[in-house]
Design a protein around this ligand. Sequence first.
Ligand code: FAD
Length: 467
Amino acid sequence: MIDKTVLKRLTEIVGKENVFDQKSDRITHSYDATGRSYLPDVVVYAGSAAEVSEVMKVANRYLIPVLPRGAGSGFTGGTLPVQGGIVLVLTRMDRILAIDTENLVAVVEPGVVTAELQRQVEKQGLFYPPDPASKEFCTMGGNVAECAGGPRCVKYGVTKDYIMGLEVVTPTGEIIRTGGKTLKNVVGYDLTKLFVGSEGTLGIVTRIVVKLLPKPEAKKTMLVQFSTIDGAARGVSEIIRAKIIPTTLEFLDASTIDCIRDISPVPLPEECRAILLIEVDGDREIIEKQAVRIMEVLQPLSVLDTRIAENAEESEEIWQVRRSVSSSMRKINPDKFNEDIVVPRSRVPDMIRALENLSREYGVPIVNFGHAGDGNIHVNVMVDLREEGMEEKVHNVMEDIFRTAVELEGSISGEHGIGISKMDYMGMEVSEITMRYMEKIKESFDPNNILNPGKIFQKPIAAEGAL
Ligand SMILES: Cc1cc2nc3c(=O)[nH]c(=O)nc-3n(C[C@H](O)[C@H](O)[C@H](O)COP(=O)(O)OP(=O)(O)OC[C@H]3O[C@@H](n4cnc5c(N)ncnc54)[C@H](O)[C@@H]3O)c2cc1C
């Protein structure tokens, strides 16, 4: 329950129409894409950095947890109010403030939906590359907080490569600015980079300066079917060895193909055990040559069939194959545990083989697809939690998956972050001493531990919230 005095003060800051304490409103802000749910005490929609600042000051005074929230599409529980408190929604702040065609930057508020920014800059012949699959609904604030990636990362990098400057409200309510519109800036510590990927635990992003690129002239999409996963994996190395960096280089393993065979717009025979979905972009002439060269290097590698899109509709049909994956997996089993490990590109075949072995050893289906070009594999352990002992089995299989990724010089998360889902496993990758430095950074920004407490770090690191 939120104290009446606090409720009154929040209402004064953002207006009555932007404060919600009814049970139904609290329920609709209690979950994210993890499917887990924790009730907040109150939901506040902020309209400006000044309002966010005032809310933080109230929260500090009364030691109330604050959870920044964009679209709530996070996969690791980052916005969930595990200790109750104020869910602070940033979607009212949804203006594109500037598209600067001379300096190739845009300035946006955190509630701008990623795909909307992309559409607006493309109208001016420009390009904002980071493309999470959730881009039609996730927000730029959430992307900054999670350092979102997507299929285009192989060639263009992730969100952090495009964030030049930020306005941030600190947990204690100060408004600070980091970086700016210049490509070069070495004045003091790079706080912009520190905030990107900090999962809403160090500050609330209220304004973002992003780097833009000229829009590529054209793109070409290809779908290649292989009879073995090794053929596909070697194909990835061969493409890179041929000095071609595709825009996207996605793979689907045999278990994924089995899930989508019935609904795929492209026929997928039983012998097809792996797929590479490849897209190149740039000057029309160059990408035509690259497509031919890619086909040449792949041909000797157990290729069953190739399809090159000749127009936008055919390209869309190929992408449909990839998009049909998520919705078709539940026909294997009702419960999905989805992780996003990443390994060096050359270790993808080792990781896939290890996943196949773990699937056999534990007797649980594991469906794998993802970004072969940057080694980021979406691993989906499909189970029925109603089966006795299944929860423990899932925990053990996850632990083995994360351990294998780290042993292969990879990481337990490429894009989705730690949140609450991966806290137990962070110690596999980050040493105790490194963790202590991270905790000290958190303490110096947030002495009362009120901004997104109970995330990333195992233990509460300062005063517990008052609720
Ligand atoms: C179908 C689907 C596909 C997805 N595909 C991808 C993908 O391809 N790549 C990828 O990287 N992710 C993907 N995601 C995950 C998710 O969309 C991203 O993590 C996204 O960046 C979250 O944005 P959001 O606005 O929904 O943030 P939320 O879920 O609301 O919040 C996520 C985190 O950001 C913090 N936060 C939100 N706004 C702010 C702010 N203004 N200031 C400070 N902290 C803030 C929150 O506290 C929380 O910790 C996918 C999710 C779904 C459901």
